[in-house]
Design a binder for this molecule. Structure first.
Ligand SMILES: [Fe+2]
Length: 498
């Protein structure tokens, strides 16, 4: 039987009535105030003098329109935030992306299809209006990247929106200078600094859909096809992927869609996807050098948003680390109604950091738990991407089976399985971005930058933690709340560092 990913009403599960803290609700309050604050108050310490750069963050900041509330965390209207750090001081600015989706919202309307919200079907003159046409709102609310010489806000459709890093003014959708086509991509391209190349994939829907892995040279807008996996009957929802030194690896979770439904169902994007655990989990592996495509498979069904790292062990084995959930219920969990309405509120779904070892010669896959602790939004010291590494930083869940939302910073040691934690009651940190100390030699010699919602004060602050032991170095307080976002990037005031 199908398990629809939809915002259905459900009876309360055991434990839901225990009065779990709901301070995180404030992270979903709209923030319409666009500000420029030259110097934030610094608390609890001092900004390290060596820290000189800008933390750019992206995320939804408006969920409520005149006529309705958006359905899902992933649907909110994109806002870019910047924390400029230099000489022991921090300035802050925020601005909505100026996109068709935003301008439609200013009229009080939801005009474009988002992740889990759809305009009233009657608004569409033609049922067969194409998927791309419906998703041109360019609400790029997921991550920050670079294409050619521009900073971009990115999402899961291939419409990166360029913005000015200093003013946060929107420049416009980046036009690629190539012929590659597809309707879905990820907001998590990888970058190989040695090769000077970014990698991503495009999903092109059709009776038989295709995954095209491409590379994009630094400074270029011309994507180059690396390899293509065709004849995909039911494409998977893949929010990210992994690269090792030799391969690009797509982990195809059994959350799949019949493409025709996207055109004809009239439902929002994700509500067309179905959980099919009997498929197990497939892997499409593209050789970065030759473009050769191979496949691997495990009967185990897993779902995940965020890959962590992948390392080639020898000629045939790849270790692929990812935060996984045993089902795709986490997508359901982030519907605002079930997340914020007391009677239907569930504990955060159980997740873990898991290592999948793929034998590229035989197609066999084994896996084991690296850290049995619920978390998501993982980051590493990216200098170790594709290389043997030890530490993962993420948002964790303090009370597994109790907490409804991510509420800690965790540090996983993938060698020992040890978990370090930073937590503060009623404070809710976002994704921790690692910044290496200049001339660092140890993998964890640096700081973590994370934006924390202080639900007691109804404000947020930039928190700087020592990545070695998660001790606090300083806080810089924003005099208004920063809604929960997704991803960010730190840009050094010296050479490029994305
Ligand atoms: Fe993500």
């Amino acid at each position: 039987m199908d398990h629809a990913i939809a915002n259905s009403e459900r009876p309360a599960a055991a434990g839901e009535e225990r009065g779990m803290p709901d301070g995180f609700h404030k992270g979903f309050d709209d923030q319409k105030s666009e500000v420029v604050i030259p110097s934030l108050d610094v608390e609890h310490g001092a900004i390290p003098p060596w820290l000189s750069g800008t933390l750019l963050r992206n995320g939804p900041a408006r969920f409520r329109l005149a006529d309705r509330t958006l359905n899902h965390w992933f649907d909110g209207l994109a806002m870019v935030h910047s924390f400029d750090i230099a000489d022991g001081r921090v300035s802050y600015a925020n601005k909505f992306l100026d996109t068709p989706a935003m301008r439609a919202a200013e009229d009080g309307k939801l005009k474009y299809t988002e992740f889990a919200s759809d305009p009233c079907r009657s608004l569409f003159k033609r049922l067969a209006q194409t998927f791309v046409e419906k998703r041109t709102g360019a609400n790029a609310n997921v991550s920050i990247g670079r294409i050619a010489d521009e900073f971009v806000a990115e999402t899961e459709t291939p419409v990166p929106v360029a913005f000015d890093k200093d003013t946060l003014d929107t420049i416009g959708v980046v036009e690629y200078e190539d012929q590659l086509t597809g309707q879905i991509t990820t907001a998590h391209p990888h970058h190989d600094p040695d090769q000077g190349m970014a990698f991503n994939y495009l999903l092109k829907f059709g009776p038989k859909s295709t995954y095209s892995v491409y590379q994009l040279p630094d400074g270029s807008r011309e994507r180059q096809l690396v390899g293509k996996s065709g004849m995909v009957t039911k494409p998977s929802y893949m929010h990210s992927f992994a690269i090792s030194a030799k391969y690009v690896i797509l982990m195809e979770f059994p959350l799949v869609v019949t493409p025709l439904k996207l055109l004809l169902s009239g439902k929002s994007f994700i509500e067309n996807y179905r959980w099919r655990p009997e498929r197990g989990t497939r892997f499409t592996i593209v050789d970065r050098e030759t473009g050769e495509v191979t496949h691997a498979h495990t009967d185990e069904a897993w779902f995940g948003f965020h890959h962590v790292n992948a390392v080639d062990r020898d000629d045939d084995l790849i270790d692929l680390d990812i935060i996984v959930y045993p089902t795709a219920d986490v997508v359901q969990h982030f519907y605002l109604k079930s997340l914020l309405d007391g009677p239907n509120r569930n504990a955060y779904p159980r997740s873990e950091l898991r290592r999948f070892t793929i034998n590229t010669a035989t197609g066999e896959v084994t896996s084991r738990t690296l850290a049995d602790h619920s978390a998501d939004l993982p980051r590493i010291n990216y200098r170790y991407n594709t290389k043997p590494y030890r530490y993962v930083y993420a948002n964790g869940v303090a009370e597994r089976g109790e907490s409804a939302f991510l509420d800690t910073i965790v540090k996983f040691d993938v060698e020992s399985g040890e978990v370090g934690e930073w937590r503060h009651d009623n404070h809710f940190p976002g994704e921790p971005v690692f910044v290496a100390r200049p001339d660092a030699t140890a993998e964890d010699d640096g700081v973590l930058l994370t934006v924390v919602l202080d639900a007691n004060a109804d404000t947020s602050y930039l928190l700087i933690l020592d990545a070695a032991d998660l001790s606090e170095i300083a806080r810089a307080r924003v005099p208004q709340h920063v809604p929960f976002g997704f991803h960010g990037a730190y840009v050094r005031n010296a050479p490029r560092d994305l």
